[in-house]
Write a protein that binds this ligand. Structure first.
Ligand code: BES
Ligand code: MN
Ligand code: ZN
Length: 498
């Protein structure tokens, strides 16, 4: 585990394996770089003058030997034009720096990055973002690798330098919150990256039970028997083709006043989605281990807000199952009755996410929620629509949509609105049941959301489709931990107005 510290004082006096100093285009030095420059015979400004490092964002120069200061090395990181520096670039340069430190086997460093001014941010926000990004970049999915040489060196200690003593108070708060969010993101990634043979519904439930114990939260785990008693036949129908029993995980953080209506987060926890009888093609099917990333992000968010002691009531519901082909699995054409009483014709067994979510969404009603947000890797169509940069948000509530879009911008874990217009509902018509579970080729992400909307009429609701954002493919294959940062930001601003 990495350790973070906040410190102020004189930059030139800092003992560290590496001081990380920012420089800008047109030979502009950050305040800390200026201090070091002054006591080292202008070593930094001469390097800039000679053109040894361009000011282009992300360019770096490692100085292994520097006179007159106790630090062992200096790493210069270029940040582009001073006036154009922003939060996005702060994350980018932080990521670059961490990678460089790892490559150089440096396990301890002092970063002079919090002092870099960005419009509309305070130093606390910047410290938080640096901590979240640093932890993110330091993460390696190697828990199942047994050979040491395949593991990269990891950073152990990062000191974040603040320019003024009076920044220490904001700094220490940001240190706590940043680490809490970073740990939530990390947990979501670790769970996401685990394979389906390890991360099963009961494994997810055990992890949730562990967080509950660690942070004093209430937990309830329903097994299939308990779900049968609640008539969750849509959810159970998906699990019938699996040897692993389904679970419904309910985790409660009661940080608000006793009577305050809770925010309910519902996360799709499909631990492996082979498609069922409507079997998926085999290429990249391994990535369907990530079909529980909605559930993982909801659990990661609960961990984060519990560690932050957020003064808000928040309840997580994670329906968890596998979707596999089997003699007992759903057949195309099967009709099931959801907990809400509405009947569903399952025309494609691969549209299983909405089947497990609809019962979880009906279950959410018992908490008399102020708001319900579900998070799901729901449709391939969403990946086509928005790619990997934004999660989709669907809601009939304009102000809720706005809150989520703002929280996304603030946390740099962005969402973008999509329609839930009534016209799309025609596509869900079934000749034999109240609705079909698929809406045809057109607007697949929208018809999936329209399906869920039929189970959420009794409260304020938003749906996040994270199919394009929850993990990366190719050589960078791995869970991203999205949208933990977004959800934490959303809940934090809810807590601040409560
Ligand atoms: N988990 C998938 C959605 C998915 C697919 C996410 C690929 C990320 C990448 C979901 O259960 C699914 O299979 N959806 C189907 C729905 C279709 C049958 C209407 C899809 O998107 O193809
Ligand atoms: Mn599916
Ligand atoms: Zn799925």
């Amino acid at each position: 585990m990495m350790e973070f510290k906040i410190k102020s004082g004189r930059p030139e006096k800092q003992r560290s394996a590496c001081l990380v100093l920012a420089v800008f285009k047109d030979q502009v030095l950050s305040p800390a770089a200026r201090s070091i420059d002054n006591v080292t015979g202008n070593i930094i400004s001469s390097l800039l003058k000679r053109g040894d490092i361009s000011g282009e964002t992300g360019k770096m120069l490692m100085l292994p030997q520097i006179p007159d200061i106790p630090a062992e090395r200096v790493l210069l990181i270029a940040c582009g034009k001073t006036a154009e520096f922003n939060s996005k670039k702060l994350l980018k340069v932080t990521a670059k720096v961490i990678r460089k430190l790892q490559e150089n086997n440096i396990t301890e460093a002092t970063l002079f990055l919090p002092e870099l001014i960005i419009d509309n941010t305070d130093i606390g926000t910047r410290i938080e973002q640096i901590i979240i990004q640093t932890t993110h970049s330091n993460y390696q999915p190697d828990s199942l690798k047994t050979k040491k040489e395949e593991k990269k060196s990891q950073l152990r200690k990062i000191t974040l330098f603040v320019p003024e003593r009076r920044d220490m108070t904001a700094g220490k708060q940001a240190l706590q919150d940043g680490q809490a969010i970073a740990a939530g993101v990390k947990m979501a990634r670790e769970l996401g990256d685990l394979p389906g043979n390890i991360c099963t519904p009961s494994y997810l439930a055990a992890q949730a039970t562990e967080i509950a114990a660690d942070f004093g939260m209430k937990i309830k785990v329903l097994n299939e028997k308990a779900m049968e008693r609640l008539s969750m036949d849509a959810l159970l129908s998906v699990s019938r083709g699996s040897r692993q029993e389904a679970r419904l995980i309910i985790l409660e953080h009661r940080g608000g006043s006793k009577k305050a209506a809770p925010v309910v987060l519902v996360g799709k926890g499909l631990t492996f989605d082979a498609g069922g009888i409507s079997l998926k093609p085999s290429s990249a099917m391994d990535e369907m281990k990530y079909d529980m990333c909605g559930g993982a992000s909801v659990l990661g968010t609960m961990r984060a807000i519990a560690e932050m002691n957020l003064s808000l009531n928040v309840i997580a519901i994670v329906p968890s199952s596998e979707n596999l082909p089997d003699g007992n699995a759903n057949r195309p054409g099967d009709i099931v009755t959801s907990m809400s009483g509405q009947t569903i014709e399952i025309l494609n067994t691969d549209a299983e996410g909405r089947l497990i979510l609809c019962d979880a969404l009906t279950y959410a009603e018992r908490f008399k929620p102020s708001t319900v947000i579900d998070v799901a890797t729901l449709t391939g169509a969403c990946v086509v629509a928005l790619g990997a940069h934004a999660s989709a948000v669907f809601s009939k509530d304009k102000s809720l949509t706005e809150e989520l879009v703002n929280a996304g911008n603030e946390s740099q874990d962005r969402v973008w609105p999509m329609p839930l217009w009534d016209e799309y509902n025609q596509q869900l018509k079934s000749n034999f049941a109240d609705m079909a579970n698929i809406g045809g080729r057109k607007a697949g992400a929208v018809t999936a959301a329209c399906f869920l909307a039929r189970y959420t009429e009794n409260y304020d609701w938003a749906h996040l489709d994270i199919a394009g954002t929850a993990w990366l493919s190719g050589s960078k294959k791995g869970a991203t931990g999205r949208p933990v940062r977004l959800l934490c930001e959303f809940l934090r601003s809810r807590a601040s107005i409560a």
